[in-house]
Write a new protein. Structure first.
Length: 394
């Protein structure tokens, strides 16, 4: 019995330290089907999502989902600490519970757990004392392990939140460039002005790098995938999918110099999407609803033409777009179902409410006033503020 307890205690400690090293410190994808972190997220995320989905109010539901990411990190740290306490307690039990416990006639596993808990958190109460050299050495080892373990793991928390912050900056910037939630049609429409090709190409370059950073950080720290954006209609998955939609649209049916950069951005973004789906062992969704049915495809191309975009509407443009979508939409849908993050539409819903539209209307008034002699003046600051405060403008 004592030999079994010794082996179980050593394996428990080894499993905790290896799992924490792979999850927090190792800058690459963790491997192993029976890791503590993997089992923890399997048994906590699905029940959490099950109850959160039953909240009818959208904002409250999204708030509950947003709690899971940070809370899971704290709970995972508690699971690691508890497992280490049990592991050292099993080792003490294998040594015959070598302690003087004034609260019990004979020290047993309860005393071992108590000593292990007070030692790993460096309480040092001293009410239960060891009476063998081996137990004293293990207590010293446990106190040093507990102190170092907590310091190292908690020291990596700023690294995680720094990666989260870098991810969210670009998502917030996308609000003015593609709407909220972002859509491919709105992205193209807002970059349809004369000379906007260069701005669109620069945006695609930025999102190629953003996709690479997302892949690097979220492969190393998959728990960041559970962290939600500040606003309910934004998420890293919707932003990534919207950029893939835009790149696919440019490659399949838009003439312009930005097509080359769109291919590079599409390749990097799809690489990130597929690898993150594989992290959670997700296969492409086969029965997903068509995000761009034929009637919406015609509406999309009409919208692009009305915006002045040089569209290539040959007999096979829709077929090319369909082939491009097949490369990533199944993985995006699988992640959306697992993480409960809705995918963005191809075309923004109408009437569309956005800060950018208010600013654009004010600018149109300025240009109209400058172009027409004797026209009415542009609204002053008070009127402009009233436009922003009016609920129909957002």
């Amino acid at each position: 019995m004592q030999a079994i307890a010794l082996v179980a205690g050593v394996l428990c400690l080894f499993g905790v330290l290896l799992d924490a090293f792979q999850t927090i410190i190792l800058p690459r994808r963790a491997t192993g089907r029976f890791r503590i972190t993997r089992i923890f997220y399997i048994f906590t995320w699905r029940p959490w999502a099950f109850f959160a989905r039953r909240i009818r109010h959208p904002r409250r539901r999204d708030t509950v989902f947003s709690y899971y990411g940070p809370l899971s990190l704290i709970l995972l740290l508690m699971v690691w600490a508890a497992s280490m306490v049990v592991g050292f307690a099993l080792i003490f039990f294998a040594l015959g519970s070598p302690f003087n416990d004034p609260s019990a006639a004979h020290a047993g596993f309860r005393s071992d757990l108590y000593v292990s808990g007070t030692t790993i958190f460096t309480l040092g109460l001293g009410d239960v004392t060891p009476h063998s050299a081996w137990s004293r050495a293990i207590i010293i080892l446990e106190s040093g392990t507990g102190l170092g373990f907590l310091a190292i793991v908690m020291g990596y928390f700023p690294v995680l939140y720094s990666a989260f912050s870098r991810r969210e900056v670009s998502i917030s910037l996308l609000d003015a460039r593609a709407g909220s939630p972002p859509t491919a049609a709105e992205l193209m429409r807002r970059h349809s002005a004369p000379g906007a090709d260069q701005a669109l190409s620069l945006l695609l370059v930025e999102w190629e790098r953003w996709s690479a950073e997302l892949l690097e950080s979220h492969i190393s720290y998959p728990l960041l995938c559970y962290f939600r954006s500040q606003h309910g209609n934004q998420s890293w998955l919707s932003a990534l999918t919207a950029m893939l939609d835009a790149c696919a649209l440019i490659i399949a049916g838009v003439r312009g110099q930005q097509a080359r950069q769109a291919q590079l951005t599409f390749a990097m973004a799809r690489h990130a999407l597929v690898d993150l789906a594989q992290i959670f062992s997700l296969k492409p969704a086969r029965n997903a609803a068509d995000r761009l049915p034929p009637e919406s495809s015609a509406q999309l191309y009409d919208l692009l033409c009305q915006s002045g975009i040089n569209v290539c509407r040959d007999a096979h443009s829709l077929d090319r777009l369909r082939e491009m979508r097949a490369l990533y939409e199944g993985y995006a849908e699988a992640l959306a179902r697992y993480l409960n993050m809705p995918l963005p539409p191809w075309i923004a819903a109408h009437p569309y409410k956005d800060n950018w539209l208010t600013v654009a209307r004010l600018r149109e008034q300025t240009e109209a006033t400058a172009a027409v002699p004797g026209a009415a003046p542009v609204p002053d600051q008070a009127q402009a503020a009233a436009l922003f405060d009016h609920p129909h403008n957002f």
